[in-house]
Write a protein that binds this ligand. Structure first.
Ligand SMILES: [Zn+2]
Length: 213
């Protein structure tokens, strides 16, 4: 079958194959894929005769990942075993928690390899404009984790965006009464960033945490 060559675009800009159209549409619903890229991928996937071609491999990989992948019930990391390897490791300090927005952020820290504490994934950032409020994020579970593990240090590692700043300030206030050492990643004017185009919150923080040199 040489789908790529035989199937032509119909009058309405759609293939004369509902099945292929369905595949293109479902692919174009994936993040970052427009109709053009989705069409290219779809033709690549169906236009092969091999039994173990890219389509079969993709279907198997998605099925397997859907079955195996879960989030650590303790920290929220993406894992196949719950609790995750980091939460299980006795070499990781349970009294030190790094708060991140997404499970992917953990990868950056782990790749760098310097951090010896554990994590907590918020799964999002406070954003009143987008309707993300405090009750939508797992702050209550985070509080429980602080108690349970006798956490003494919290490192807030969130984006230097307005949402990241809002969430960090909320966390600071939320745990202000606790006997905790709370630190934040030092951020400020990005390298190459023009002062005029930096939002006020970032600028204020850059000013507040200014250092002498
Ligand atoms: Zn974990």
């Amino acid at each position: 079958m040489t789908v790529a060559r035989n199937i032509e675009s119909g009058d309405g800009g759609e293939f004369q194959s509902p099945a292929l159209e369905r595949l293109v549409k479902s692919l174009s619903r994936l993040p970052g894929l427009g109709r053009k890229s989705a069409t290219r991928l779809a033709l690549h996937l169906v236009g092969r005769d091999e039994v173990d071609g890219p389509a079969e491999e993709l279907v198997a990989a998605v099925t397997e990942a859907r079955r195996q992948v879960t989030n650590c019930s303790s920290c929220g990391a993406i894992t196949e075993a719950d609790p995750c390897r980091i939460c299980r490791s006795e070499r990781r300090d349970p009294t030190q928690i790094c708060i991140v927005a997404t499970p992917v952020d953990i990868l950056s820290f782990e790749k760098a390899g310097f951090y010896r504490g554990r994590y907590f994934v918020l799964g999002g950032l406070l954003s009143p404009l987008d309707g993300v409020r405090a009750e939508d994020l797992p702050f209550h579970r985070l509080g429980g984790r602080l108690d349970q593990d006798g956490v003494t240090e919290v490192i807030i590692a969130l984006d230097a965006s307005v949402e990241g700043e809002t969430t960090a300030l909320y966390l600071q206030r939320l745990f202000a009464d606790r006997d905790l050492q709370m630190t934040r990643l030092a951020t400020g004017i990005p390298v190459g960033g023009a002062l005029a185009y930096i939002d006020e919150v970032t600028l204020q923080r850059a000013f507040q945490f200014r250092r002498s040199f």
